[in-house]
Ligand binder design. Structure first.
Ligand SMILES: O=C(O)C(=O)C[C@]1(C(=O)O)C=C[C@@H](O)C=C1
Length: 100
């Protein structure tokens, strides 16, 4: 027998309410991170500093991999996620340099 996917499922709805709250928190946290990195990008452009700092990134990734492990999160996923975010920040920094 196939499951009726339209029937209300309060257990699933409870899980999803929590997922929705977590996703909202993630968006706010990311927005706050990009708000501060925008200021970093403007500072770097003004002071003619390079957009990226690979040694800083290495330290961030090592730290976050350790935190991920302690939090029982796949460290490879943690690294991929922060790499994705940092790459976007660098793109913004490069754009800010072009506009300075
Ligand atoms: O810390 C810096 O210098 C930044 O520009 C911020 C940031 C980041 O998003 O964390 C971005 C680019 C750098 O390569 C390193 C780190």
């Amino acid at each position: 027998m196939t499951q009726d996917t339209t029937a209300p499922d309060p257990v699933l709805a409870g899980f999803r309410a929590s997922i929705d709250n977590i996703d909202a928190a993630l968006i706010h946290i990311l927005a706050e991170r990009f708000r501060i990195t925008k200021a970093v990008g403007a500072y770097k452009a003004e002071h003619k500093l390079p957009a990226s700092d690979p040694s800083r990134e290495e330290r961030q990734i090592a730290r976050l991999r350790k935190l991920a492990e302690e939090a029982n999160l796949d460290p490879d996923f943690g690294e991929k996620f922060i790499r994705f975010v940092i790459d976007e920040v660098i793109r913004h920094h490069e754009k800010a340099k072009g506009e300075a």
